[in-house]
Design a protein around this ligand. Structure first.
Ligand SMILES: [Zn+2]
Length: 137
């Protein structure tokens, strides 16, 4: 069985145990709402490991938001040199927060599953797919 790298699996939001099944049922940017699979479609791993598990992802999302705000403010200052009006910064920060919210939603959960869970999820490269696995995701 081929091994799938952790960075590839994180970027593509794959299951931390098999790195083949998708964490999310829909695409990041689309007309559908953000929907996370309850269990991995490939190996059956239940993503919500305990009740309220994904509340911690809010803190990871907050950290992502702060990093994006700091990067945005620096980029706006370098590009425009604006020191007069705070409204340029506020408007762009608000727009970035709205545009990047699906990204933050996804990758805060990915960070939680891959990095922030104290009892790390082990990767098994030789897991067999569930009988219900269709091969689509
Ligand atoms: Zn899996």
């Amino acid at each position: 069985m081929e091994r799938i790298s952790k960075s590839y699996a994180m970027i593509h939001a794959k299951c931390p145990r098999c790195r083949k099944g998708n964490l999310f049922a829909n695409s990041m940017y689309g007309l559908h709402s953000q929907k996370m699979n309850a269990a991995c479609p490939y190996c059956g791993f239940v993503f919500e490991q305990e009740p309220g598990y994904f509340y911690v992802a809010m803190y990871a999302s907050y950290a992502l938001n702060i990093a994006e705000i700091v990067a945005t403010v620096i980029a706006v200052y370098v590009l425009t040199g604006n020191t007069d009006s705070p409204w340029l910064y506020i408007g762009i920060i608000f727009a970035m927060a709205v545009i990047l919210s699906p990204f933050n939603f996804r990758y805060s959960r990915v960070m939680l599953l891959y990095w922030l869970t104290p009892k790390q999820v082990k990767y098994y490269s030789d897991i067999k797919p569930l009988p219900t696995y269709s091969g689509k995701n």
